[in-house]
Ligand binder design. Structure first.
Ligand code: ADP
Ligand code: MG
Length: 358
């Protein structure tokens, strides 16, 4: 600070909007996360993600979900507008959707050029809405089947400070890839596809089983080295169904890799709590503990683990954007994860042989 007087002034609306936006949208992967969550919340059966230049040039997310009417799409890009909750009571009683804050489209619109093409299921006509830096530039009819396409170009064109923090295209794309992978594995009943600079990176079938999602995302070498954990060994039911079921105790299911199929980073240990992707050092350590000395030094397994935890013993909202989680009883979680993986590693539970337990 210079030795001049401090002058307090109110920031203008655009400045406030862009500062706030920079906190929600850190990089292309955060845009992709928000838009994929919107597509999942809209009951999509198919979600395609196309990225150019690591996502700074262009992000296009297309779904076959419920879509929006002309009135709704205009509301959707306003601040704090959502169809997912009505008031704080809805929030207290628990939200089933991934979003509810009503700020993603508004925020993305503020720091990029945003085009939404959408048609409601059963609606008569589609709509195209174009926004630049938060201002509506154009709204016109657009022919298309039911569903929504959101196109984001020139991310951070009006927030150079944020743009400076972006890494190379390939680094930004690797974050995008991780996000899409997380959702594709958590939603095997949705057909995901991911493209970068016109090349397909992966696509899942949407057939509903976790094995084929793992095969599509990680390839055959990894998929055939995966060992079923917990419930997956008896039934291949999908996470979204179990989410609604009464949860009275902790359950662990999913797949982990054979100790010889590893990578040099821990990023392939993906954990989900009650259907939501989370980062949890408790779970990660428990996974590594289960392998004990079977892993070579500095090598990490693949894991896709779903923890079903009674709602009142977990706080996933420690920080919604960082996807961190706090368990009421860490010791129990640690033990459940370690035990179920240890059992799986002991048994012949390889996907390839698909042998039943015992
Ligand atoms: P939130 O997801 O928290 O409600 P968003 O800003 O992400 O807030 O979206 C605002 C609203 O726009 C949503 O509540 C939803 O009604 C609508 N919307 C957004 N994306 C889609 C989509 N892909 N399909 C249908 N409706 C959508
Ligand atoms: Mg949203």
């Amino acid at each position: 600070m210079s030795d001049g007087e401090l002058t307090i002034r109110a920031l203008d609306e655009k400045t406030v909007q862009r500062i706030a936006a920079g906190e929600v949208v850190e990089r292309p992967a955060s845009v992709v996360k928000e838009l994929v969550e919107n597509s999942l919340d809209a009951d999509a059966g198919r979600i395609s993600v196309r990225i150019d230049g690591g996502g700074t040039e262009k992000i296009v997310i297309e779904d076959d979900g419920i879509g929006m009417s002309e009135d709704d799409v205009q509301l959707a890009v306003e601040e704090h507008t959502t169809s997912k909750i009505r008031d704080i009571d809805d929030l207290e009683s628990g939200v089933a959707t991934l979003g509810f804050r009503g700020e993603a489209l508004y925020t993305i619109g503020a720091v990029a050029r945003l085009t939404i093409r959408t048609k409601a299921r059963g609606g008569e006509a589609g709509t195209e809405l174009r926004l630049v830096g938060g201002d509506v530039e154009e709204i016109k009819p657009a022919g298309r089947p039911a569903g929504t396409t959101v196109e984001v170009t020139d991310l951070f064109f009006n927030t150079p400070a944020r743009e400076k923090y972006l890494k190379t295209d390939s680094t930004e794309f690797s974050h995008v890839n991780r996000v899409v992978t997380q959702y594709a594995l958590a939603n095997p009943d949705v057909a995901f596809s991911l493209e970068h600079d016109g090349r397909e990176v992966f696509s899942t079938t949407g057939q509903g089983d976790l094995q084929s999602a793992i095969l599509s995302v990680y390839g055959r070498e990894v998929a055939t080295a995966m060992i079923a954990v917990g419930d997956e060994r008896s039934e291949g039911d999908d996470e979204r169904d179990t989410e609604d079921a009464e949860r009275t105790e902790l359950a662990v299911s999913g797949y982990v890799s054979h100790p010889e199929t590893t990578r040099s980073t821990r990023e392939y240990v993906a954990t989900y709590v009650n259907g939501r992707y989370v980062r949890s050092s408790v779970v990660r350590e428990a996974v590594l503990d289960a392998y004990g000395n079977q892993l070579a030094p500095d090598r990490y397994p693949f894991a896709v683990l779903f923890l079903s935890v009674p709602g009142d013993s977990v706080d996933v909202n420690v920080h919604p954007r960082k996807m961190e989680v706090r368990f009421g009883d860490e010791g129990t979680v640690r033990k459940a994860v370690r035990d179920s993986i240890e059992n799986a590693l002991l048994d012949d539970g390889l996907i390839r042989s698909a042998a039943p337990r015992g």
